[in-house]
Design a binder for this molecule. Sequence first.
Ligand SMILES: Cc1cc2nc3c(=O)[nH]c(=O)nc-3n(C[C@H](O)[C@H](O)[C@H](O)COP(=O)(O)O)c2cc1C
Length: 217
Amino acid sequence: MIDLLPSARARYTAKAYDPARKIPAPLIAQLREMARLAPSSVNSQPWHFIVAATDAGKARIAKSAHGPYAYNAPKILNASHTFVLCTQHTLTDAHLDAIIEQEARDGRYPDSQTRQIRETMLRGYANMRRQRGDAQPWMERQTYIALGMLLLSAAALEIDATPIEGFDSAMLDLELGLPGQGLNATVLIALGYHAADDINVSLPKSRLPAATLFTDL
Ligand SMILES: Cc1cc2nc3c(=O)[nH]c(=O)nc-3n(C[C@H](O)[C@H](O)[C@H](O)COP(=O)(O)O)c2cc1C
């Protein structure tokens, strides 16, 4: 059995990166696959991941770390890679069709009746979200599951990471042409190896005590 606690305890939010240290390609491939494998409600996968490995790509993302978010720009620029986790801004029938077709290709429907039941469930659930008017925040919550997968995966691979909500999402949407693709930038994750002057590396982790967080029934 794998013990994940040492990784969870060792990980922390990196505040400064060593720009000279790059994540090896096989590890980036693992991280990409971990994002793709993230679970989502009704397998909705309402996300898209933009990966910046080049200085030019990271500079485009860092433009959105301005004003009150300027403290995040060096992390985006000096990290080895910065991922933009995007979410679809509407739940489209075309996307639901793509999910059904993929599940069929992946062999999840042994017969047409199974497919019919699944389609009815997926489309019914999507319609309920649309009618309630909360499809977008619901989809964004799915994207955060991918963020969690990336954070724990990075820790297990001994890669430092910074989840980043401190950026101008409207500006980044325009910079990356996301509205035309039906997407919004939800959250960023910078990934790499911390710099020698990262003040956070030596600080103890702080969490509320388990006794206040869990109720056993
Ligand atoms: C969704 C999310 C958004 C965050 N945004 C930022 C950010 O914009 N800049 C930053 O330096 N840290 C950011 N953090 C890091 C948190 O401050 C950090 O996770 C928290 O203080 C716990 O510390 P630890 O990650 O070192 O265990 C963010 C964390 C999460 C989960």
